[in-house]
Design a protein around this ligand. Sequence first.
Ligand SMILES: [Zn+2]
Length: 93
Amino acid sequence: MKGQQIIICPNCGENKVKNSGIGKMFLWFAVISAITIIGIPLAIVFFLAWIFVRYVQKDNLRMICMQCKHMFKVDESTYDRYKQALNNELARK
Ligand SMILES: [Zn+2]
């Protein structure tokens, strides 16, 4: 099996996992809305939603399995090790 071995899908055992990315979506909406002057109040709402999801819901710890679409959460120390493993992999290429 190639790739990182830190976070494994609890459903199917695959290691092809990534962030669910809901928080990032809100941030994009905020940026896109902020382009127009009318959109700025909307941008503020999306930005607050992003902060909420990012820090209250800890969205960056929510992973999705690319194989079976199973969503699961990991704890912060596991996620840090996962990110390090990904960086090491990029450095090797
Ligand atoms: Zn899976």
